[in-house]
Design a binder for this molecule. Structure first.
Ligand SMILES: Cc1cc2nc3c(=O)[nH]c(=O)nc-3n(C[C@H](O)[C@H](O)[C@H](O)COP(=O)(O)OP(=O)(O)OC[C@H]3O[C@@H](n4cnc5c(N)ncnc54)[C@H](O)[C@@H]3O)c2cc1C
Length: 359
């Protein structure tokens, strides 16, 4: 079949990959540059998401842990294992035993794809691994392993694979409308396809609305901002914000340290940039834990992206599910939500939808 994919973020690229594997011809449309929106503004983790265990998302965590090892094996130049420490404080937020239970479950769900067994570091060992943590009421830390990627480089690696398999990429071509019968309209032309995949990420509902296709889900657009500062630590850290108890990461990233992320609801009309309040929130978080304070100066770079989460009644953005839904309306399949790590599974689900389009 002749199929179109709208959006060359990681979900569009991995959908194209799975469709090509089933022998289809695929055109990939991108309104800007490929892998340049949400998919290059992530926390750069290939993970199951330890914190999603708190919300009972066991299936999502297991899927992420399995997917993580596929990326690590297939693209070792752009993805690797990373150690992450979770400091535990006397009288602190999550107790040592809550964390222990979560890490045991995380290791179990990983099964054979586990990267290392979690372990406990006493304060002395911890001070050798993490320099400059304020001692306070520190009891020690758990250390576990997850995957880390260069999201842009890894996404471009996947795009190169699909281009080598024959996908045609149309960059800087915005799709104006799509239709139930497979008609796709851009500024310049109208094309007829046997099926269309709407992988426009945060813009997917806007595309449906413009096309007068009722959207089965609304999106909860939640901005996440990060700071990049000259490298400070050789191990990752998962820390609770002193402001609201949310968890944030401090991760080594090349010769930089990445600090993030925030969760701020926004609309598509607003610019996707780190606000001054988010910058201050992340600096405050870092300085709460470390002796050598971060000074808010020009050495701090920032980047931001918008999570296209499936809207729910949930008022707390961190509790909104990271599950992915695929809705099929005639010859149009739309991807809602999801995670970078599990984009290959999303692509496979799209390929099975396409089987239903074969006449
Ligand atoms: C702050 C933050 C941190 C995150 N951290 C992680 C993490 O550590 N690990 C993880 O697994 N996941 C993480 N995620 C989630 C992950 O980044 C996203 O789920 C994933 O990148 C979404 O990919 P996508 O392809 O759906 O969207 P996008 O990457 O946004 O791609 C959609 C593409 O569609 C294009 N497009 C839109 N409309 C049109 C149109 N009309 N015509 C043509 N093209 C169009 C856009 O230009 C864009 O390139 C994070 C997300 C955020 C925001």
């Amino acid at each position: 079949m002749r199929l179109a994919v709208v959006g060359a973020g990681i979900n569009g690229v991995m959908s194209a990959w799975a469709l090509l594997d089933e022998g289809h011809q695929v055109d990939l449309y991108e309104q800007g540059e490929p892998v340049n929106a949400t998919s290059r503004a992530s926390t750069k983790l290939l993970h199951g998401g330890l914190r999603y265990l708190e919300h009972g998302d066991f299936g999502l965590v297991r899927e992420g842990l399995r997917a993580r090892s596929w990326w690590l094996k297939r693209a070792p130049d752009h993805a690797h294992s990373i150690e992450i420490a979770i400091p535990v404080y006397r009288g602190g937020g999550r107790s040592r035993w809550t964390l222990k239970a979560g890490l045991v479950l995380y290791d179990l769900l990983a099964g054979r794809s586990r990267l290392c067994r979690h372990r406990w570091l006493d304060p002395e060992k911890l001070s050798r691994r993490v320099r400059g943590l304020k001692p306070g009421h520190l009891r020690g830390a758990y250390v576990f392993c997850d995957g880390q990627m260069d999201d842009h480089a890894l996404g471009m690696w996947a795009l190169n694979q699909v281009q080598a398999k024959g996908v045609r990429l149309y960059s800087n071509v915005a799709v104006q409308t799509i239709a139930f019968n497979g008609t796709l309209v851009t500024d310049k032309r109208s094309e007829q396809y046997d099926g269309i995949v709407n992988a426009a990420g945060p813009w997917s509902v806007a595309l449906l609305e413009r096309s007068h296709i009722p959207s089965p889900h609304q999106l909860d657009l939640v901005r996440g901002s990060h700071l990049l500062v000259p490298r400070r630590h050789d191990i990752g850290l998962l820390l609770e914000s002193p402001d609201d108890g949310r968890v944030c990461f401090v991760l080594p990233y090349g010769d930089l340290t990445l600090i993030g992320t925030t969760e701020v609801r926004q609309s598509l009309a607003e610019p996707i940039i780190c606000a001054a309040s988010e910058r201050a929130y992340l600096i405050r978080l870092y300085n709460w834990y470390f002796q050598t304070a971060l000074v808010d100066d020009a050495s701090i770079q920032t980047f931001a992206g918008v999570r296209p989460l499936i809207a729910s009644e949930e008022s707390d953005a961190s509790a909104v599910t990271r599950e992915c839904a695929i809705e099929v309306q005639g010859k149009v399949a739309t991807i809602f939500g999801g995670k970078w790590t599990t984009s290959r599974d999303t692509g496979k689900r799209i390929a099975s939808v396409a089987r239903g389009w074969i006449k």
